[in-house]
Design a protein around this ligand. Structure first.
Ligand code: EAX
Length: 357
């Protein structure tokens, strides 16, 4: 069933891409149509650019709420000429598929964690260093800085246009074995991670057994006991109902996942300048709203997980930070697959300007 929906969507989006391809040359056509007195599409509220976007998260998760907000704003700004439909729950594939989908033209927009970008570029890896941020304010200051913008724009040469920095948030560990109070509690625990070399190494040095897996398979793997644990921000844990298959939630906050909103560059380039501006503005204006939803669901989500029977603990972070220090020595260096020392020091400088209270 899902496959069928997917192939219909792909076929539909290919038609859209074909249309958009013509769209660039059709600006002359519509110009002459306007000159000859026809009503332009924008004036009639007709959809000229029908975009689909995919996420791996449930509909009520802030990724989707943020993209829906962007969609509303875009529609207002273009009088309905640019539409954005949002498909959650990995319906259009996992995060790697979605990123590739932008390159292939089967998806026009996505919002993903930065971790799976490690398969495409090294520039986002600075965000994968454990405990680099202590507060959301620090992470937001980096995303919204000059270096943040450079990172966001760094995969344009791979056919991917960065639109905005939404966020996923601080990641915490859930498992079925015991509360994680010190790094040693992770010994022998089979934990699902994203496909990212730095995340995997961080869990390995703490003694866990990291197993990369696509998000869409995590619930079943936890339910069947193929894995004991997973790590994610509260809104992901709550909207995916992981509380039904996990007993303990330990607020380690070991990583912060930003969530860039990306667009297919070819598709973006096929749009007239006024629609490109509308896309950029809609994404920027949806960002504060999206981040508010994260802040809100971090609180309400945890309350509902606890109410539903999860046991929460808040471990002291220093021992985890110490235990993962070697990851910095291993990964901050001028080598492929590592964090550029230049990006790292620029990020550290911004963090130092925003000390945790
Ligand atoms: O980006 O795969 C993950 O754990 C991510 O946090 C999630 O899919 C949203």
């Amino acid at each position: 069933m899902k496959k069928k929906v997917l192939s219909v969507l792909i076929a539909a989006s290919m038609a859209v891409v074909a249309f958009a391809g013509c769209g660039s040359s059709s600006s002359t056509t519509s110009g002459s149509a306007a000159a000859s007195g026809s009503t332009s599409a924008a004036a009639t509220g007709e959809v000229e650019y029908a975009m689909i976007s995919g996420t791996t998260t449930p509909e009520e998760h802030p990724y989707n709420l943020g993209l829906n907000k962007m969609s509303e704003l875009l529609s207002e700004k273009t009088n309905g000429a640019v539409a954005l439909d949002v498909f959650g729950n990995s319906q259009l594939g996992n995060e790697r598929d979605l990123i590739e989908g932008l390159q292939l033209g089967s998806v026009q927009v996505t919002c993903v964690s930065t971790a799976p970008l490690s398969g495409f570029t090294d520039t986002f890896l600075v965000f994968d260093l454990p405990f680099i941020f202590e507060t959301s304010e620090q992470a937001r200051a980096v995303m919204d800085s000059e270096v943040g913008t450079e990172i966001l724009n760094s995969i344009e040469d791979q056919g991917i246009k960065g639109l905005a920095w939404f966020e996923n948030g601080f990641r915490n560990i859930t498992n079925n074995v015991k509360p994680i109070t010190v790094p040693d509690d992770l010994k022998g625990i089979k934990i699902r991670t994203m496909e990212n070399q730095i995340h995997m190494e961080a869990f390995r040095v703490m003694g866990a057994d990291p197993t990369p897996m696509a998000m869409g398979d995590v619930f079943t793997a936890l339910q069947q006991g193929t894995i004991d644990a997973q790590e994610n921000p509260v809104p992901i844990i709550e909207t995916n109902k992981f509380g039904e298959v996990q007993k303990y939630i330990s607020m380690t906050g070991h990583l912060f996942s930003p969530a860039p909103v990306f667009m297919s560059k070819d598709y973006y380039d096929s749009m007239p300048a006024e629609y490109q501006t509308a896309v950029m503005e809609a994404a920027a204006e949806a960002t504060p709203y999206q981040r508010e939803q994260i802040d809100e669901q971090n609180v309400t989500g945890l309350e509902s997980l606890i109410a539903a029977g999860m046991e929460e603990n808040e471990p002291e972070k220093a021992p985890f930070k110490d235990a993962t220090k070697s990851v910095y020595d291993e990964f901050v260096k001028d080598e492929a697959g590592c964090v550029s020392p230049d990006i790292y020091s620029r990020v550290e400088e911004i963090i130092a300007q925003h000390p945790a209270q």
